[in-house]
Design a protein around this ligand. Structure first.
Ligand code: DON
Length: 305
């Protein structure tokens, strides 16, 4: 029997803000204001077995972790047609890179880099009546928490500074891979990134991906198992931008990071876990978060490999 309680205590004792060298994301002004010392972790096994420490109940900006939710919603609505618009290969490039788009004729390498998520946003703006409302409904349903919401100030802050993302959509529109109005897509994309959640709620949400698409607490099958298999494969290979190989190597779990300093990961059929520490390494992933998850798979002796 694995003593998760003991393992999380050990991780909390071992990890220290004093050891981190990186910086909090500053290219989105509102994110630069977050206290760099925040640190929390939550591991969820089921309604009766969950463990957390530190700031695990405090909400933060989930940023790119939302790309897993928007992709889930796109596949749910459009099925495999999604793959005509976005590839499934690791990019090996920074998350906001424009470079490969020219070579690849406007088809993003994967849905977890910005260009890919913007195509997914285009799909959702096209097929859903009210994409912002439906995305929130999806996240609220899989967590069972009605108070999850967008953070207006983060969304507005990114709207006022999101030149690269605006360039990415316009460029893909020029290359024929964007259908809807650029402003509508950008608005939906920034709002998706602004969703505020705690480690506790994120871990609960990600249980969906550890449980073959069935919401554990309600029993509803919301995604089919083959979709979840593909989502997990993409998290494993592309969830950490150009550090996806390193995350697989060090941690060995499918997961997704965001520049708010959050990481959510799963061990199929075992647990989901979320960690938050806003200080990012050079690749834009939470420095302490990655270390904490490395300790988790080492101390439990369990990973998908
Ligand atoms: O679009 C951006 O740059 C941010 N809203 C999200 C970036 C992030 O978390 C990492 N991206 N894949």
């Amino acid at each position: 029997m694995i003593d998760y309680h003991e393992i999380l205590n050990t991780i909390q004792e071992e990890m220290s803000y004093r050891d981190v060298k990186g910086k909090v994301a500053s290219y989105i002004p509102e994110l630069a204001r977050v206290d760099p010392k925040k640190f929390g972790m939550h591991l969820y096994r089921n309604e009766n077995e969950f463990y957390g420490f530190g700031d695990h109940e405090e909400k933060f900006s989930i940023q790119s972790i939302s790309k897993v939710f928007t992709l889930s919603l796109a596949i749910k609505n459009l099925g495999t047609k999604v793959w005509e618009r976005v590839h499934v290969e690791p990019s090996g490039n920074p998350f906001n890179s424009l470079m490969q788009l020219e070579q690849d004729r406007g088809i993003p390498r994967n849905p977890f880099i910005n260009s890919g998520a913007l195509v997914i946003s285009d799909i959702l703006v096209d097929v859903l009546d009210n994409p912002k409302k439906e995305l929130l409904e999806f996240v609220r349903k899989i967590t069972g928490e009605e108070d999850i919401d967008y953070d207006e100030s983060v969304a507005q802050s990114e709207l006022s500074s999101g030149y690269r993302n605006i360039a990415l959509v316009n460029y893909m529109k020029a290359l024929g891979n964007i259908k809807c109005d650029v402003e509508e897509i950008i608005d939906f994309y920034f709002y998706s990134c602004s969703i505020a959640m705690s480690c506790k709620s994120l871990a609960k949400a990600f249980m969906l991906y550890a449980n073959k698409g069935e919401i554990l607490h309600s029993g509803e099958q919301i995604l089919n198992p083959s979709t979840v298999k593909r989502l997990n494969a993409l998290m494993q290979t592309c969830g950490f931008y150009d550090e996806s190989g390193e995350f697989s190597f060090e941690v060995g779990l499918p997961g997704k990071s965001g520049v708010g300093g959050g990481i959510a990961a799963i061990h199929p059929q075992q647990y989901s876990v979320a960690v938050w520490s806003p200080v990012l390494n050079k690749k834009g992933n939470s420095e302490l978060g990655m270390k904490a998850l490395e300790r988790l798979t080492t101390l439990t002796g369990l990973s998908v490999f």
